[in-house]
Design a protein around this ligand. Structure first.
Ligand code: MN
Length: 358
């Protein structure tokens, strides 16, 4: 058993110093929020996913366990497939809250601090970005390599599977320092949702021993990997099932089959009665096609903007390509949002840029 424990500790050690540093910052911030009877907002990125929602909800709940008021500043509605987390009481929609817009009140308390998870810049936060920018000081936990800023208030670790994994290790450190249990069953489910999402259920190359250790410890706190996996990956509506098939059927190949491209216009979503998430699974499947190194998928959202998703298999740097279109992300998974451009024209431009890089 000692050998096992030593092994586990050697993995945890990678995180120990940073997790401790951030834990102290969070404890201090929770103390200040309590003292001033104000509320923190935790910001996820727009086009919310399991990781940013899981990390933001888990962190807010941990701040609450420390006695502070905390909410997640949602840039858009919570996707239906995340309802299983049962986090409605943690969500706050600043852009549509009259009290917040008039007096900067978060459910009756003055807005007192800003945190960010799974993103570091207000430009990634959609309509909520301007509320993030109201503070000079931010506490940030992120795993995106494209982030250049470094500060004592930031923990940015591109090797980590997910922001949720980092938040989990911070939670452990908070428990060690304060003796307060902050990782409740709900928090454990939130972090598990994030890890399951960003690792493709523990199959992507970002899955490390410390990721599995985190998942195991979260399970021991009551989290269900099965529920996260079913809700975030498997369950599907009829319309979404059909549009996913349509996006696959219309995929085109370039550069001797190394680049796969598909794009989904708004009309198709309407035709199949599908929602935005209907094609979420497609880009990863495209990347898995034999011979494909880079998968490109574009879809038009309700507001007319175009969301681009990029995935690569081994050597292509998706973040670099996304940056050319105002986005960012990881080497093997990235994205961008574009507006005021025709879908086919954008597809041509992205393909042209990709052909130059591949
Ligand atoms: Mn993430």
């Amino acid at each position: 058993m000692d050998i096992v424990n030593n092994d586990i500790n050697s993995y945890n050690e990678k995180y120990l110093a940073d997790a401790d540093r951030m834990a102290k910052r969070f404890i201090e911030a929770a103390g200040k929020l309590k003292e001033t009877d104000s509320a923190a907002l935790v910001f996820p990125h727009r086009s919310v996913d399991g990781d940013c929602v899981g990390a933001a909800c888990g962190l807010s709940d941990m701040l609450r366990a420390l006695g502070a008021n905390a909410y997640v500043a949602m840039p858009e509605k919570l996707p239906e497939n995340m309802n299983f987390l049962g986090v409605d009481d943690l969500l706050f929609y600043p852009a549509e809250d009259p009290e917040f817009n008039k007096d900067r009140l978060v459910k009756g308390k003055p807005y007192g601090a800003a945190f960010a998870v799974d993103c570091s810049e207000s430009g990634r936060m959609g309509d909520c970005g301007r509320y993030f920018d109201m503070f000079d000081q931010h506490l940030i936990v992120d795993h995106h390599a494209s982030v250049k800023v470094r500060s004592e208030d930031y923990w940015i670790m591109p090797e980590a599977s997910s922001a949720s994994e980092l938040c989990f290790y911070i939670g452990l450190a908070i428990e060690r320092i304060t003796g307060i249990t902050v990782i409740s069953e709900r928090v454990a489910d939130c972090f598990t949702a994030g890890i399951v999402t960003d690792t493709g259920r523990f199959t992507y190359t970002n899955t490390k021993p410390e990721t599995l250790i985190a998942a195991g410890l979260l399970m021991s706190r009551g989290a269900s990997i099965n529920a996260a996996s079913y809700n975030l990956f498997d369950r599907v509506k009829v319309g979404n099932y059909r549009i996913s098939a349509a996006a696959r059927l219309t995929t085109k190949f370039f550069a001797d089959g190394k680049i796969a491209v598909t794009f989904v216009p708004r009309e198709l979503f309407d035709e199949y009665g599908a929602d935005n998430a209907g094609v979420d699974d497609v880009v990863a499947v495209m990347r898995d096609i034999d011979g494909v190194e880079l998968a490109i998928m574009l879809r038009t959202l309700e507001n007319g903007t175009i969301r681009g998703n990029l995935r690569s298999k081994s050597y292509f740097d998706c973040a670099k390509l996304a940056e050319q279109f105002g986005g960012g992300g990881h080497a093997k998974a990235s994205g961008f949002t574009a507006s005021d451009i025709d879908l086919t024209e954008l597809a041509d431009r992205v393909l042209e840029a990709a052909m130059k890089m591949i």
